[in-house]
Design a protein around this ligand. Structure first.
Ligand code: F6R
Length: 627
């Protein structure tokens, strides 16, 4: 949700923190602030709005110290304002916080009753008060953190400094990530590796209730009892270039164009290119994520096959775009493997009195691997001893770490708040999973396995050709932005893509958009259609094509303007549509991966034409680590 950076070293804290916060701005961007050592106190500078406003303020500031903390905020308690921006300071203590302190109301009342005065509306400020109260009793910063840790309920990652121990920082967490990087002469602590990799690729992930005591350019880790914890550094293989825009006007457009490469990276580890067969490698069921790199591949593969053979029912749980990917997965898995699949929105699943039969497998899909509801659903089924598989982009994220088996999107860093490349990578992984389940259940033969694998292998180059519609939408966006609303329609495996297309337009262009199963139109939504409504019809060649065309005619007869998306040249669709976009010929197996691209480009260009911030749409955040 929020982004945290802390720095201690021989360089300029102001510069390192600002650069780090810039890479984390996708996590939250309604206000930002820093507290940097200057003489014998921490000087605080905060600003409402995006990071460049803070940056302008900081241009006029100089700091003599070599240590500091910074924060970029996505408001949960207290509206976006300078007063609510972090760091929060009480006497000599300054803290930055990501997450939510759930028992904040009780703690705040207790603190108020004992004379504390609050200067913000946040839940975070009380952490500074609690630490300060312990310091007043004679404890050092590190001891004070150990004292207050049991009092905090909820999700938090926190970084604290004290003017009395000006060369120290203390970092601790429960839930949202906190990562420590150690360069030659510096320590950097951040909520995401992106803020660190410019300085070092060797990092340590704090576990929940671990406390890092950082001093100068060194640090020690402790558990909540204060016992030393030994931990090894993890090597991160993302290059800094991966998190830059590489000449595109927005991260989102860059990421849309990266999709062919991303899908190739997602499927690559799992395909035997000689035989055109699928091998789900390194799922590591029952192994910790640390052990994955060292697995005996043949043995692990046999283990995976045994796991898949047992599966009689599948539950896929996710949120937003990841949920729509799961819906596509349902169609593909059921069709190929004949295993029944239920797909649920995580926030519904976790509060339902869920019935999970024996021999079920639970799959979470999460780009960030930190989504609170998805994580809660995973923990719930783990407690019921249901085997779990995570499909995740961020390796070693909380969901990845806690699941029994692991699949990786390999999409690289996704900075645009609207998910694009993680979605298509997930679709390709679900295709491979469906094939593997079908193999395990012997519902497909070798020849069809090879046929599907070949189709999937051609999808990256087919995607490249679809990207050419960028120019079309750049031009059409001025007309498209004038429609009153958009209806996206599709059937079967195309239906979740209609939902995804509508979500993209909503979140980026802030326009009314709905996705519908086209067979549902005459049950209500047809009433919406007139010439001010744009209809986006997904009509690729598959066994539902004829029915889809009938639905298109019905909509067209009510006056709607139609953009249709189909396979190859199609005069029929061209005749009934204002615009016909032809996709490369493919089957239902790969069509969703191809047809979502024009929908992403449509949303991107309409939002851009409306002058919206495409990478950071209003009210949203990339990583939703609270309910
Ligand atoms: C929409 C979007 C969101 C996320 C959702 C789940 O473009 O990005 O709907 O898909 O918040 O996030 P993850 O996949 O990180 O669990």
């Amino acid at each position: 949700m929020c982004g945290i950076v802390g720095y201690s070293g021989s360089g300029s804290p102001k510069q390192v923190i600002l650069e780090g916060l810039k890479t984390l701005e996708y996590r939250g961007y309604d206000s930002a602030g820093v507290a940097i050592l200057d003489g014998n106190h921490f000087k605080r500078v905060r600003a409402e709005g995006k990071l460049n406003i803070l940056q302008e303020k900081l241009n006029q500031e100089n700091f003599s110290g070599k240590i500091g903390i910074g924060h970029t905020r996505w408001a949960t308690h207290g509206k976006p304002s300078e007063r609510n921006a972090h760091p929060h300071c009480v006497k000599g203590i300054s803290i930055v916080h990501n997450g939510i302190i759930e028992n904040y109301a009780d703690l705040r009342e207790e603190l108020k009753a004992s004379g504390s005065e609050f200067h913000s509306d946040t839940d975070s400020e009380l952490v500074a008060h609690l630490i300060s109260a312990e310091v007043d009793l004679g404890h050092c910063l590190f001891e004070s953190v150990l004292k207050i840790l049991p009092k905090l309920e909820g999700a938090f990652s926190i970084l604290a400094v004290s003017a009395d121990q000006p060369d120290e920082m203390v970092a601790f967490k429960n839930g949202p990530p906190l990562i420590i990087g150690q360069a030659n002469d510096a320590i950097i602590v951040a909520s995401d590796v992106q803020a660190i990799i410019k300085h070092t690729k060797e990092v340590i992930y704090l576990n929940d209730f671990e406390v890092a005591h950082l001093k100068g350019s060194d640090f020690k880790l402790f558990d909540r009892e204060g016992k030393v914890v030994a931990k090894k550094f993890v090597h991160i293989d993302w290059s800094p270039e991966q998190v830059e825009k590489q000449g595109y006007p927005h991260y989102m457009l860059k990421e849309i164009f990266e999709q062919p490469r991303a899908v190739a990276s997602a499927i690559d580890p799992h395909i035997d290119l000689n035989e055109h067969k699928v091998f789900l490698n390194r799922l590591g069921f029952g192994r910790s994520v640390e052990e994955l790199d060292k697995l005996d591949l043949a043995q692990d593969y046999q283990n995976t096959v045994q796991q898949l053979k047992k599966v009689e029912r599948i539950f896929i749980v996710a949120c937003g775009t990841s949920y729509y990917a799961g819906m596509v997965g349902k169609y593909v898995i059921e069709k190929l493997s004949r295993i029944p699949v239920e797909v649920d929105i995580a926030s519904e699943f976790r509060y339902r009195d869920i019935v999970i039969p024996e021999n079920s497998m639970f799959i979470t899909i999460s780009q960030s691997g930190e989504t609170a509801d998805t994580l809660a659903a995973l923990r719930m089924v783990k407690a019921m001893r249901v085997p779990s598989l995570s499909i995740c982009n961020v390796k070693r994220s909380t969901i990845d770490r806690e699941a029994d088996g692991h699949m990786y999107m390999n999409a690289g860093a996704e900075i645009g708040v609207a998910s694009t490349k993680a979605f298509v990578c997930t679709l390709s992984l679900l295709n491979l999973l469906a094939l593997s389940l079908a193999k395990a259940k012997e519902t497909i033969d070798e020849a069809s396995e090879q046929k599907w694998v070949r189709e999937l292998l051609s999808s990256p180059s087919q995607m490249e050709t679809v990207l050419a519609y960028d120019k079309f939408f750049a031009k059409a966006s001025d007309t498209l932005k004038k429609y009153r609303g958009f209806l996206y329609m599709g059937r079967g495996v195309n239906y979740p893509i209609a939902l995804e297309g509508a979500l993209k337009l909503k979140e980026l262009a802030y326009m009314h958009a709905e996705g519908y199963a086209s067979g549902e139109m005459k049950h209500g939504p047809l009433a919406l259609i007139d010439e001010s409504m744009c209809i986006v019809m997904l009509a690729p060649s598959d066994d539902l094509y004829e029915k889809t065309v009938s639905n298109l005619e019905e909509a067209k007869a009510r006056g709607g303007e139609v953009i249709s998306i189909g396979s190859g040249e199609n005069q029929k669709l061209r005749d009934v549509s204002k615009h016909y976009l032809s996709l490369p010929n493919a089957s239902w197996f790969v069509n969703p991966i191809l047809e979502v691209i024009p929908l992403q480009l449509l949303a991107y260009h309409v939002a851009d034409a409306l002058g919206h911030d495409v990478d950071q749409p209003r009210n949203l955040a990339k990583s939703v680590t609270v309910e």
